[in-house]
Design a protein around this ligand. Sequence first.
Ligand code: ADP
Ligand code: ZN
Length: 738
Amino acid sequence: MPLTDTTAPGPDDPTDKAGETISVLLPLPVAGPYDYKVPSGMTLQPGDFVHAPLGSREMTGVVWGPAAGDVDEKKLRPVTDRIDTRPLPEELRRFVDWVAAYTLSAPGAVLRMALRSPDALAPPKLVTAYLATTPPEGLRMTPARTRVLDVLRDGPPLTSRDLASEAGVTQGVIKGLADAGALERVELAPPPAFTAPDISRPGMALSDDQAQAATALCHDVEANSFSVTLLDGVTGSGKTEVYFEAVATALVAGRQVLVLLPEIALTPQWLDRFERRFGVAPAVWHSDLGQVRRRKTWRAVADGEARVVVGARSALFLPFPELGLVVVDEEHESAFKQEDGVAYHGRDMAVVRARIADCSIIVASATPSLETRVNVERGRYKAIALPERFGLSALPTIETIDMRDGDLRADRFLSEPLVKALTANIADGEQALLFLNRRGYAPLTLCRTCGHRFACPSCSAWLTEHRFRKRLQCHHCGYEVPIPTNCPSCDNADTLVACGPGVERIAEEVKALLPDARLEIMTSDTMRGPEAAQRLVRSVEDQEIDILIGTQMVAKGHHFPNLTLVGIVDADLGLAGGDLRAAERTYQVLQQVSGRAGRAERPGRVLIQTFQPDHPVMKALATGDRDGFMALETDARRAGAWPPFGRLAAIIVSSRDPRVADDLARALARCAPDGPGVRVLGPAPAPLSLLRGQHRRRLLLKAGLDQQIQGLVRAWISKIKVPSSARVRVDIDPYSFL
Ligand code: ADP
Ligand code: ZN
């Protein structure tokens, strides 16, 4: 950020007498607050934005509180100046401190997430508008000039562009009039970036169940105090419509609302529905937002002009002055967990945000996470159920297909029953969805002559073939190479074979079976940007597509009335590996995908291909016994004292030099904390033991609920010296074990 020069005294200026001192938090990845002097004549309050010197640089920071006093006052440098803008709200400052302490991150690293909008603090630029004056003597009049003056006669001042379009003239006419002295130029504040939602519009007529749920949620909002409610409703039960009522109640009370969605669920369809309900689009916040939009939105939230923000987890760090309701939709989604930088869980931190704002929070899901269910059992969260789909639509029937009995060729992945159902569906003019959570054509390519496998040079991972783009790509670091014609190892030509399926390969198989069906692939590779996704969603809605083939991108939120068949190509994919949530997550995503079928009058059918039809996940899906399955999972977690019946912290050691990583991991293991209920597992090579050229080792600290795990980790890490060629990363409540 460019910083303005100021005339404040430098650090050695003798005229600057030692006076008051304060601490300032700078948005730096490693920093806590630093002490500064307050120049005489300046008054500073906590939350004030200031420019302050750091080394030879000048930075923007936030007054955090009184000075810590651990630096000799004579050595302190003064704050340069105070920025004339709204202070950072106290609630957000407390939240920053809380997140930093919980995740064991530097407060400056967390503050950085709250200030992701450079120059949002600068006052907005004024716009030039025109007013009519008494026309000067002898003004030459033309029909165009007359129209301009007519428009301005009874109206407000207008910008040149608006005036030109209303009067039907070119902007040159306006400039001519202004130069002749017939118009006066005035500087106006820019128009608001967001229009307030229309709270007088009625919501949909709700069913009895829905109305009851809405009433309870609205009541919580009106109570104006902290409470957490799980809105537990099957897919298509109308959860969104129901929480919109709570949103309306908060708006009527003059409060702001934050709706968090996992990034992939921030769909145009959701925005359309909001607009239908409230007459305007909400403010949107996510990682792809452009600079201008980002600045405007940050400011509009701070000014209280943006009343509703829908965003990804980073929206938690926006400076709401009057937050009155938080909604976390699809609360079970692991996409809420941030893995890089400050490792935090968006849902859990949303609860903290609401507690600090002393407002209610709704967490909604068709497949609530085990953590949330246990919080309900413990009486910490309330729960409201919507057990039925809205209107005439029924939940789809779900059947498993045992792939062990099949006699499929090695290069075929769709079983006979699924092909039959697909064919019949298309013949009936209905749409189908095939789900496979794997991008590209094939997850592994090998040479049939010498057995050479294509691996990523900087990750322990195979390269995925993307046949349409003719590339082999690493899905962890993005490395890619063209598919060679000869094997790089034995140099034989045309010996490379693709192993296993990705969505592209499924598309190829469907094309061969049903050459007339119109099909489309939906993955993060094919959907570059929200517009592309929107176009595809529209063409499915308009029935220009018969078969949609996709990864988890298709699982979320979409409502396609004519889609009646869902085929799950490889239901077992997510069960591999030792992740403690593998079964729960597989259940959730498959249930979510299944929920895309039969959302209108026509009944839906789901076919699940699996090699493990007796697995509890498959049985629960086929019988619809969600609660039985989750109860089993809960028992297993309780028996093993896994979260939420125990606490976890992952320590990930990484270095370009494998020996450095090993030595450091072993050094950590040697001084690991112990005590009743405390255990350290590892060190072990991470499943992704090489990632982007970094060799990685993991340790896992397990502690009882009565333990303060942050304290244990902090004391532990402080015992060792981390060489400059290595890194130690702490992940409290880890969701990824790779
Ligand atoms: P969920 O989020 O629980 O999956 P949605 O809120 O998406 O459910 O609702 C599913 C579909 O039913 C949507 O198209 C929605 O507009 C419609 N719907 C839900 N409730 C009502 C209602 N009370 N009146 C009319 N349509 C409704
Ligand atoms: Zn890689």
